[in-house]
Write a protein that binds this ligand. Structure first.
Ligand code: ADP
Ligand code: MG
Length: 646
């Protein structure tokens, strides 16, 4: 054996037979280093650990046999292909084996070859035989001490991908395992396997129990790594000094009193948390979670006001132009009695000169700008931005308030964002009525359209119709735009007497704003849109939300879409359509008809679809776990204790 040790950080192409072509295929599996390869773990196991003698073979029983080849030949089949017929012998008898289209076996497994085969026997020409058994040549020394890879033990099965066979993958993993040196990083083992053993045993466990223990340790590592990274971020943050603001409570209270509504208890509590952070010379790093409509904007605005009173600027980042516009209007109206200079910077428009503004609202367009007196950075829907982009704005250590309407289950939030302080708005203002939600069977589609028409004509209400993105992508592709346009055409025929508007991400900003303004001003009855309306837009007269292909959205996202209605005082409705009648889809969508809290829905989706869906970031890989499971709260707790003791 080669005694050169491998490191986890070595590139995977250090392993023999991993040439450029396989390197590419492995990259598709996100395997780039030896560590990635060794963390590519079996998704199930086959038990080939039972050895038996040939005379004891029973039909359909999965066993392994150690024997010697006595015969093998290629034989044409009726369809003109080749099959390989072979015979294996041990001291108790002989058994036939059949393979298909593996002509090289006739040469490779020549008579006299010692072999272990694993599989199950079935009838062939009225005798028992193995069809395409796993096989492994062994050296003349015999079976004792032989370290098999494919037979004779519990064998891992890896998820299939084009171009890489299990056999190939396993041989590469075996090579790496024989040479790997892995350092333990835990001082106290906490009853877990050590790291190196876990890596070895996950691929080649002696028992299922062992495989389980190995998986537990590797899952632990995932949580541990997330937590330790967050801890490191926090440590760095604590070292940096921020600006301690002075909060003029009286003036701030006057502003709060000037608002057109009374803050909820929840809003008051979070406002206090934010203001007291601003007074510290360590920069605030706070995550504000709150269901759609819980009133996050105004809370952030109070923070911006306190910052303004200190002569510092606030940067307010929004994920879309629509939203940036809306925040611009909201803040202008909330500050109408104050002399505060607010500017808006989006891709195509600059309103006022940002250089002298007190509050700068904008999209990605302002990410690379320099601001001299930035005191507070507010980020709406943080996960829509890149970490690096935000880091740039944070160079001067402003106080940072991150807001999200994605209800992240507490265990996840505390693991992913343990460097942040958490605030939660768990109250919806004014006891707005619950939104009646129906899962509408397809045969009732035209009835539903009739009902919508009558609601619009008799109650003067307005309606959203949401078409999903056709392709999996964070942003809209042309194909998706085409499909929403087509649906728009169809709907215009169905609602001949009503006025319909079309909104999608590929529209020019000017046109987007025109459509939205028309909708707000009731010049449009039905707004047909892609999910661009998901985050934030506020039209109080809209009371009906119809969602097409609802199964294709995460529950949290559906909940956010639904939150676009029910903003006024009238009864509001959400109609879900789907072609997918699978049990799982029905279960998920039915949950939406029952639960009205985003947090409950998120917990449920976490169980049903996994964290990627809940966080709405499947593509970005954020919060994705390879081995561990977010619902494993016991292990999360163990990892967090371990990290606290570092
Ligand atoms: P979100 O948390 O979804 O961002 P917004 O900040 O957009 O919510 O607020 C939703 C709506 O509720 C806005 O129209 C806002 O003016 C209103 N609002 C916020 N707080 C209150 C409150 N305490 N009482 C009544 N209405 C409120
Ligand atoms: Mg909002």
């Amino acid at each position: 054996m080669n005694t050169n040790k491998l490191q986890l950080t070595d590139p995977v192409n250090i392993i023999p037979f991993v040439g450029p072509s396989f390197e590419k295929k492995l990259k598709k599996l996100e395997i780039i280093t030896v560590s990635d390869l060794l963390h590519h773990i079996p998704n199930r196991y086959l038990d080939f650990s039972k050895f038996t003698k040939i005379k004891n073979i029973k039909i359909d029983e999965v066993v392994s046999i150690f024997g010697t080849m006595t015969f093998i030949k290629n034989q044409p089949t009726k369809s003109g292909k080749l099959m390989q017929l072979g015979t294996l012998e041990d001291e108790t008898g002989t058994i036939n084996m059949v393979w298909f289209n593996q002509f090289y076996l006739a040469k490779m497994l020549f008579p006299g070859t010692k072999l272990i085969i694993s599989g199950k026997a079935s009838w062939f020409n009225r005798k028992l035989a193995f069809f395409s058994p796993q096989y492994e040549k062994i050296l003349p020394a015999g079976r004792q001490g032989i370290n098999t890879v494919h037979t004779g033990k519990i064998i891992g099965v890896y998820s299939q991908t084009s171009g890489i066979t299990n056999k190939w993958l396993k041989a590469r993993i075996k090579y790496a395992l024989d040479r790997i040196k892995i350092e333990e990083f835990l001082n106290n083992k906490l009853g877990l396997l050590n790291f190196e053993d876990a890596i070895k045993k996950i691929h080649f466990p002696k028992t299922f129990k062992e495989a389980e223990k190995a998986k537990e340790r590797l899952a632990f590592n995932e949580f541990y790594n997330l937590l330790i990274t967050a801890k490191e971020r926090k440590r760095k943050l604590l070292k940096k000094r921020g600006v301690a603001l002075i909060v003029d409570q009286l003036t701030v209270n006057n502003f709060i009193d000037s608002l057109p509504f009374k803050l909820t208890d929840s809003q008051n509590k979070v406002t206090k948390e934010i203001l007291s952070d601003l007074e510290k010379n360590i920069s605030m790093n706070r995550l504000l979670q709150g269901d759609v409509g819980s009133g996050k904007t105004v809370v952030a605005t109070v923070g911006a006001f306190a910052t303004f009173l200190n002569g510092y600027q606030t940067i307010f980042l929004a994920p879309t132009q629509i939203l940036a516009n809306q925040h611009y209007q909201t803040l202008n109206s909330l500050f109408k009695n104050y002399k505060i200079r607010i500017s808006l910077i989006t891709g195509s428009s600059i309103k006022k000169d940002e250089g002298i503004s007190d509050i700068i609202i904008g999209t990605h367009a302002l990410l690379n700008r320099k601001f001299e007196k930035i005191g507070l950075l507010i980020i709406d829907e943080q996960h829509k931005f890149g970490v690096k982009q935000i880091n740039f704005l944070q160079k001067k250590n402003p106080h940072t308030l991150t807001m999200t309407a994605t209800p992240i289950p507490r265990t996840i939030a505390q693991t992913l964002f343990s460097d942040m302080d958490l605030s939660i708005l768990d109250e919806i203002p004014e006891n707005r009525p619950k939104i009646k939600t129906w899962l509408v069977p397809n045969e009732k589609r035209s009835k539903a359209y009739d009902w919508i028409s009558s609601q619009i004509t008799s109650h003067k209400s307005q309606c959203f119709i949401i078409c999903p993105l056709v392709e999996e992508s964070e942003s809209e592709t042309l194909k998706s735009v085409k499909s929403v346009k087509k649906e728009f055409g169809n709907l215009k025929l169905k609602f001949k007497k009503l006025k319909l508007g079309l909104l999608h991400g590929k529209l020019k900003e000017k046109d987007k704003n025109k459509v939205l303004d028309d909708f707000k001003n009731r010049k449009i009855d039905i707004l047909v849109s892609t999910p661009v309306v998901e985050v934030g837009i506020d039209v109080s007269n809209a009371t009906i939300m119809l969602i097409e292909a609802a199964d294709r959205f995460g529950l949290a996202q559906l909940h956010q879409l639904r939150g676009r209605v029910g903003r006024g005082k009238s009864e509001s409705y959400c109609l879900l359509f789907t072609e997918n009648e699978s049990e799982k889809a029905t279960q998920r969508l039915t949950a939406l008809t029952k639960f009205s809290s985003g947090f409950e829905l998120a917990e449920l989706d976490l169980k049903l679809r996994g964290a990627g869906e809940v966080l709405g970031t499947k593509q970005s890989g954020f919060g994705n776990l390879k081995i561990a499971d977010w619902s494993d709260t016991k292990l999360i707790k163990l990892a967090s204790e371990a990290v606290n003791n570092v």
